[in-house]
Design a protein around this ligand. Structure first.
Ligand code: ME8
Length: 519
């Protein structure tokens, strides 16, 4: 567990023209949980998310809807993207939009710097472009169309025809950075995680880098190239820079110094932009490269990458309206190994909700607080002589807290939750084994007090450790355990210690944290 040091973490900035789906929600809650963990660990934490508002995709969508691109993005961001954060209980520190002046001006400054340093030149370009990806596609991601697209070249990701573009463009000398990038991956083995992503990036760079087209002249919805107003800056160059402009690049050196560099969490679809192009751009400008890039896997629905364009997109509210936001966060962060693909199904969500949240954690919380109310008038009893079984529970709590912290350091929320869940399982087993109801019947008040204190103190630890993952339910539990104030301000440092909950504390009744759901 670290303290005081800067921890700046970002989500990708999303294209607002797609309505938010559970894939966007997945990345966002993962980053939020990591940020909350670090904030509660005492790190100088900053979480950024936002929207990527320029480019051809946005321009076309606006035209199709008969409004200006700015009107189009304003509407989507306010009506769909801000509410997503609220729905998912995301506690971001900032939200950047690439149409904000704070961003646009600094992007021009950055690109001008690269130009002045000789890393940009003018050239001719002809290649197949995917508007969905906003990218000239490499050979490996081009496939032959079938059905309605017979005879056409199609994007392997979007299954839509590619467009042949021929333009005079400005190019960034990406090809000059291959060796420096390989050195970076070698010197900092954790720069790209997980291992599979790192291997992919290394072999991509080893195979040789081509210069990158960084401007477009066929349309004007973008940031103007400062030395040539007939061009706009390529949307990906514009977008990547959000991570720097949002923390004061070019305007607030003190803030930039304090926050930069960042950790970027992205889906594996945009790994190369973050692990290859972005560090090369930063090197060219003489700035520090990111602290790391973590690529998570895809959510699959029916075995395919879930996507709006393939009509498999599921809106986060479809889940939160039924199961609540905590269950949403818990499910995606615990059920999928972070870094690998994971299949979503309603059956799996429902089964885990019932088994782990309602019967596992929720029931533990309800019955522990109910027994303290019933046998001790709602006042936490003192513990007396601890048995070996009691001490085992204490050890499990201490170990779980340490293991969860180590897992979060490795960007593995799934492993952290699995570690914390050993407490849930241990406490449920402990209550069954110790039968407090039988102790009450036999009049063994002292032992009953020790057992219920142990259960309540274990719950206290669970509330703190699970709060970055399930902020709402854990806050309720925290209050039921006699605390006021925001749980999210509780230091994680104390979570695994024993004896924090004071005997004599009044425990309040607790409505089921995860109510039964009608099928
Ligand atoms: O790519 N499974 O934005 P975008 C898991 N604007 N995650 C998914 C997913 C799925 N099926 N689908 C989407 C862009 N995501 C650019 C980014 S950053 C400088 C610019 C998540 O709206 C995942 O994080 O297409 C993926 O990387 C991101 O949404 C892509 O969002």
């Amino acid at each position: 567990m670290s303290t005081g040091q800067s921890f700046y973490i970002t989500t990708p900035i999303y294209y607002p023209s797609d309505l938010p789906h559970i894939g966007h929600g997945y990345t966002t809650v993962a980053v939020d949980a990591l940020a909350r963990w670090h904030r509660q660990s005492g790190d100088d934490t900053w979480m950024l998310t936002g929207t990527d508002e320029h480019g051809q995709k946005m321009l076309r969508a606006a035209a199709a809807n008969g409004v200006t691109p700015q009107e189009w993005v304003d509407k989507l961001v306010t009506e769909s993207w801000f509410p997503l954060l609220e729905t998912l209980e995301v506690r971001n520190d900032d939200f950047i939009r690439t149409t904000q002046p704070r961003h646009e001006e600094r992007v021009q400054q950055f690109v001008q710097t690269l130009y002045d340093r000789g890393y940009i030149y003018a050239g001719e370009y002809e290649a197949l472009y995917c508007v969905g990806c906003e990218e000239f596609k490499p050979e490996a991601e081009i496939v032959d169309g079938t059905g309605a697209f017979e005879g056409l070249k199609v994007c392997a990701i979007h299954s839509k025809p590619l467009e042949l573009l021929q333009e005079k463009n400005y190019f960034f000398k990406l090809s000059e950075f291959g060796d420096r990038l390989l050195e970076l991956y070698k010197n900092e083995p954790d720069f790209v995680r997980p291992e599979s992503a790192r291997n992919e990036v290394v072999s991509f760079v080893r195979s040789g880098l081509k210069d990158l087209s960084i401007s477009r002249s066929a349309f004007d919805w973008g940031i103007t190239v400062p030395w040539d107003p007939s061009h706009v800056i390529y949307v990906w160059v514009d977008a990547l820079l959000n991570y720097a402009t949002a923390v004061g690049y070019g305007t607030d050196p003190a803030q930039f110094e304090r926050r930069w560099p960042a950790y970027h969490v992205v889906g594996k679809d945009i790994l190369r932009f973050h692990a290859v192009i972005w560090p090369a751009m930063l090197m060219a400008a003489g700035l520090d490269v990111p602290r790391g890039v973590f690529a998570h896997g895809w959510l699959l629905v029916g075995g395919e990458k879930m996507s709006k364009s393939k009509l498999t997109g599921i809106a986060p509210t479809e889940i939160t309206d039924v199961f609540g936001s905590d269950a949403y966060r818990f499910y995606f962060l615990s059920a999928i190994a972070f870094g690998q693909d994971g299949s979503f199904s309603w059956e799996d969500l429902s089964a885990r909700y019932q088994a782990e949240l309602a019967n596992g954690f929720g029931n533990l919380a309800s019955r522990t607080t109910a027994m303290i109310e019933k046998y001790f008038e709602g006042v936490v009893p003192p513990a007396s002589a601890y048995t070996d079984g009691d001490l085992r529970v204490q050890q499990i709590v201490t170990d779980a807290a340490a293991n969860a912290d180590a897992a979060m350091e490795r960007f593995r929320p799934d492993e952290a939750i699995a570690g914390i869940w050993t407490i849930v399982d241990a406490l449920n087993g402990y209550i069954t084994d110790n039968e407090p109801w039988a102790l009450a019947k036999a009049g063994e008040r002292e032992r009953l007090g020790t057992v219920l204190y142990t259960a309540a103190e274990g719950l206290r630890a669970l509330a703190v450790l699970l709060s970055p993952f399930m902020p709402e339910a854990t806050q309720k539990l925290w209050e039921a355990l006699g605390h006021s104030g925001r749980l999210q301000d509780q230091p994680l440092r104390e979570a695994g210690a024993w004896g924090v909950l004071r005997p004599g504390t009044s425990v309040n009744g607790l409505a089921p944290l995860f109510p039964r759901i009608e099928q």
